[in-house]
Structures are given as structure tokens and as C-alpha cells.
Design a protein. Structure first.
Length: 130
């Protein structure tokens, strides 16, 4: 397994997530119940969730690459569709399950599932570019 495609796919997915959540920051913070200060930024913000997210995205990219190799997914188109499917049909349902049992707003699950679905599509695409 090549490490460079995994690292690049993780970075691309993390960057997509930054743009995605910046665009949806207000509805996401409302749905998640995060308290904000007068400046609109979350109170007590820490770098830890960002670091943990990057490590977790790296793990997903590594496993996605491994799965793609075993499944003969070898084109950018197949990588995009397979990534989209992984996000939509593997990850998003778990997000909805966790959201439901934690009694959090469904809007939060929709926003987070959007990132899972399209982030995995970005990841699958980048993996197949290299």
C-alpha cells in the first residue's frame, strides 16, 4: 500500500471538511448545542478535536485504500462512486443511529452525514489519482 496517496487523501478530506463545516458552522453549532461567545466562536475551543479528526481520517483513508486494492477499484470514477457509497451507506447510517440514541437533533445527523458522504467521495477520488 502506498502511503503518499493515503496521506494526500486524508489531507484533502480534512480540507474539504474545514470548508464544509465553515459553510455550515452556524446551523451545525445550533444543532449540536455548542455554546458560543459574543464573537460567534465556540466557547472553550481546543485543537484536540482537530488533531484527533486528522488521525481518524488517516485511518479511514488507509482502510479505504486497502479495500480498493482488494476490490480492484482502479479508476478515479470508481474511486469517487465507491467513496460516495461508503460515506452514504456505511458511515452515514451509523451517524443517524448515534444521533437518534443520543437524542440530538436530526439536523445534526444530516449535516454530519453530508460530510461523511462527500468527504468519502473526495477521499476515494484522491486515492485513485495516485
Amino acid at each position: 500500500m502506498g502511503y503518499l496517496p493515503v496521506i494526500l487523501a486524508a489531507i484533502a478530506t480534512f480540507a474539504f471538511g474545514a470548508a464544509y463545516y465553515m459553510a455550515l458552522s452556524k446551523p451545525w453549532m445550533e444543532a449540536s448545542g455548542i455554546k458560543t461567545g459574543p464573537d460567534g466562536k465556540p466557547e472553550g475551543e481546543s485543537a484536540v478535536p482537530y488533531a484527533v479528526s486528522l488521525v481518524m481520517i488517516l485511518l479511514v483513508a488507509g482502510m479505504m485504500r486497502h479495500t480498493f486494492v482488494l476490490s480492484d477499484i482502479d479508476t478515479v470514477g470508481k474511486g469517487f462512486i465507491s467513496g460516495l457509497g461508503i460515506g452514504a451507506f456505511f458511515i452515514s447510517p451509523w451517524i443517524f443511529i448515534n444521533t437518534g440514541y443520543s437524542m440530538r437533533p436530526w439536523k445534526l445527523a444530516v449535516i454530519d452525514s453530508g460530510y461523511a458522504t462527500f468527504g468519502c467521495a473526495v477521499m476515494g477520488t484522491v486515492l485513485m489519482l495516485f
